[in-house]
Write a protein that binds this ligand. Structure first.
Ligand SMILES: [Zn+2]
Length: 216
């Protein structure tokens, strides 16, 4: 299964991605994660990417594309993958289509998880993260078994600094401006599955799995 998952911050994209990679036994490829890994490994590309991220800028398309091409050549990506956070622009989407064509691979689906901005702002306010292992919870939609304590590691749950209304609105605005053209791009070739992210994580996953079945 070769999937791209798109969705605004706070729509539950990360949780859906985690479930899907387990269901299909495919690697979860996040460009943000690759950038951090390369930086820790002292890779020159990783250093360049890190400088952009540090300045709060987007990593240029050519650097991102080089990193993605390299990642797709790894053994674990040969039988499928889930892209999270990529492609983020039309040039990136075109580059990815070229890589896939070179490999003779087809994209199975682009999953677009959507929800109203208003709901997302409210939802992010309830988000909590484990300060120890990074697992994400929600006080209403996905609460821990014991209040403020991580189910996995027993760590303390905290609210991230940038999970406030103003920052979230700004991130949503950037997301809409950047990503909507990418969704339109994939829409032209009929590859988009729209999933309603306002539901529970389980229900959204069921909808995605059903649509993926029909898509094949
Ligand atoms: Zn934890």
């Amino acid at each position: 299964m070769r999937i791209i998952i798109l969705g605004p911050p706070g729509v539950g994209k990360g949780s859906e991605a985690e479930i899907l990679v387990e269901q299909f036994n495919i690697p979860h490829i996040s460009t943000g994660h690759i950038f951090r890994e390369l930086f820790q490994q002292d890779s020159p590309l990783g250093k360049i990417a890190h400088e952009y991220i540090d300045r709060g800028e987007l990593v240029p398309d050519d650097i991102t594309n080089q990193i993605v091409r390299h990642r797709l050549s790894q053994p674990d990506a040969q039988n499928g993958f889930l892209f999270d956070g990529y492609p983020r622009s039309i040039p990136q989407a075109i580059a990815l289509d070229q890589f896939l064509e070179e490999k003779g691979w087809q994209l199975d689906a682009v999953i677009n998880i959507h929800a109203d901005d208003e709901l997302i702002v409210k939802r992010i306010g309830g988000r909590r993260i484990c300060e120890n292992c990074g697992r994400i919870y929600h006080i209403v939609n996905n609460p821990p078994k014991v209040e403020n304590i991580c189910d996995t590691c027993g760590g303390r749950l905290i609210q991230r600094d940038d999970d406030n209304e103003e920052t979230v609105s700004k991130r949503l605005e950037i997301y809409h401006r950047q990503t909507e053209p990418v969704i339109d791009y994939y829409e032209q070739s009929g590859r988009v599955i729209h999933a309603d992210g306002s539901q529970t994580i389980e229900k959204t996953n069921q909808d995605i799995m059903k649509a993926l079945g029909e898509h094949h």
